[in-house]
Design a protein around this ligand. Structure first.
Ligand code: NDP
Ligand code: OXD
Length: 312
C-alpha cells in the first residue's frame, strides 16, 4: 500500500507535506516522495501538487489521484494523465476562507478607490473623489463554486448588490444568479467590479477579453484571482488605455513568476500579486487528502471528484 507525494515542491515543502500527511494517514500506508528513489510499481495513490507532465503515467497500478491544489487545470492538461481513474481536487474550508478574505480586500480597495488615491499620493495631489456606499457598487462574480459562493456571501454581508455566474443554474440567497452564455451578458452589464473565480477549462480560456470588457459599465474594474489563462493580456492593456476599464487586480498570470520585463509590473492601473490569493496549507489540506485516501481504500464515495470531461 504505497502513496506517492509528487509535485513542483521544494525539499522543504516536501518535508512539510510529509510531516502533516504522516499525522493523518493510517499507519500501514507507506508514503514515498517523488524526489527520493521508490518503486513505481508499488504506487496505488498519488497526492499531487502540479507534478511534471508524464510522471503519473509511470505508475501502472495507480488507482486514485488526489490534487493538493484546488485548481486542476495543469494536472488535467497532462496528455499522459492515466485515463479512467478518479481525480479529486482540494476543497478546504481554510483555503476558501483565505480566498474570501482576498476577494473582500480587493473589492473593498477598489470600491474605496485606493488605487486612485495611491496615484494621487504619488503626485502629491489632495483631491476628494465622490464615494458611493457599497449598496451603490455592483459586484459580479464569475463562478459560483466552492470559492465563488463563499465570496458572494461575504460581499452580500457588506451590502454590495451581488450577481453570480455559473455553467448550470443556481439559487444563492441574496445573489442575482445567471448561467450560460445569455446569462453572462446580463451579469456583465451590472458589474462595476468583476471578480473571476472560474476554473480554467477549454470553455473559459481567454474569457476575460475585449468582448467581455466591452459589455461591462465603462470604467469598471477587474479582479482576476483564478488563472492567468482566463485573461487576454493585450486586451486588458487596450481596455485600460481607452477607459473601458479603470483598474485590474491580478493574482495569476499566463507565465508565473511574472517575467521581470512584463508591462503589468509597472502599469499604474494594474495591481500585481504573486499568486497568493489562497494556497493549500499542509496542516489543513493533509487531513482532507487523508480522508479521501481512507474513502478510496474503503470503497466509499470520494469527495470533490473532478469531471475530467468538462475540466473541473
Ligand atoms: P468549483 O469547481 O467549486 O467552481 C467552479 C464554478 O465555475 C462553478 O460554479 C461552475 O459552474 C463555474 N463554471 C465552470 N465552467 C463554467 C463555464 N464554462 N461557464 C460558467 N460557469 C462555469 O471551483 P472553486 O470555486 O473551488 O475554484 C475556482 C478556481 O479558483 C480554481 O479552479 C482555481 O483555478 C482558482 N483558484 C485560485 C487560487 C489562487 O490562489 N489564485 C486558489 C484556489 C483556486 P457550475 O456550478 O454550474 O458547475
Ligand atoms: C490552487 C491555487 O488552485 O493555489 O490551489 O491556485
Amino acid at each position: 500500500m504505497t502513496i506517492l507525494l509528487a509535485g513542483a515542491l521544494s525539499p522543504e515543502e516536501y518535508a512539510e507535506w510529509r510531516h502533516h500527511l504522516a499525522l493523518h494517514l493510517p499507519r500501514d500506508e507507506a508514503l514515498v516522495l517523488a524526489n527520493n528513489p521508490y518503486d513505481p510499481q508499488s504506487v496505488e495513490i498519488a497526492l499531487v501538487a502540479n507534478p511534471e507532465p508524464g510522471l503519473l503515467a509511470r505508475h501502472p497500478r495507480l488507482g486514485f489521484i488526489q490534487s493538493l491544489w484546488a485548481g486542476v487545470d495543469r494536472l488535467l492538461a497532462d496528455p499522459l494523465l492515466p485515463p479512467g481513474i478518479p481525480v479529486a481536487r482540494l476543497v478546504d474550508p481554510n483555503l476558501t476562507q483565505s480566498m474570501t478574505e482576498c476577494v473582500l480586500a480587493n473589492v473593498l480597495a477598489l470600491h474605496r478607490q485606493m488605487p486612485a488615491y495611491a496615484r494621487q499620493q504619488a503626485q502629491g495631489v489632495w483631491r476628494q473623489l465622490p464615494q458611493p456606499v457599497a449598496a451603490a457598487r455592483r459586484v459580479g462574480v464569475l463562478g459560483l463554486g466552492q470559492l465563488g459562493r463563499a465570496a458572494t456571501a461575504a460581499l452580500c454581508a457588506i451590502g454590495f448588490p451581488v450577481s453570480g455566474w455559473s455553467r448550470s443554474p443556481h439559487e444563492v440567497a441574496g445573489v442575482t444568479c445567471f448561467s450560460g452564455a445569455e446569462g453572462l451578458a446580463k451579469l456583465l452589464e451590472r458589474a462595476d467590479i468583476l471578480v473571476n473565480l472560474l476554473p480554467l477549462t477549454r470553455d473559459t480560456e481567454g474569457i476575460l477579453g475585449r468582448e467581455l470588457f466591452a459589455q461591462m459599465p465603462r470604467g469598471a474594474a477587474l479582479v482576476n484571482l483564478a488563472r492567468g489563462g482566463h485573461l487576454v493580456e493585450a486586451d486588458l492593456l487596450a481596455a485600460l488605455a481607452d477607459g473601458t476599464l479603470s483598474h485590474a487586480v491580478l493574482d495569476v498570470f499566463r507565465e508565473e513568476p511574472l517575467p521581470p520585463a512584463h508591462p503589468f509590473w509597472r502599469h499604474p492601473q494594474i495591481t500585481v500579486f504573486p499568486h497568493v490569493a489562497a494556497y493549500s496549507e499542509p496542516d489543513t489540506a493533509a487531513r482532507i487528502a487523508a480522508e479521501n485516501v481512507a474513502a478510496f481504500r474503503a470503497g466509499r464515495p470520494l469527495r470533490a471528484v473532478v469531471d475530467r470531461g468538462v475540466g473541473y
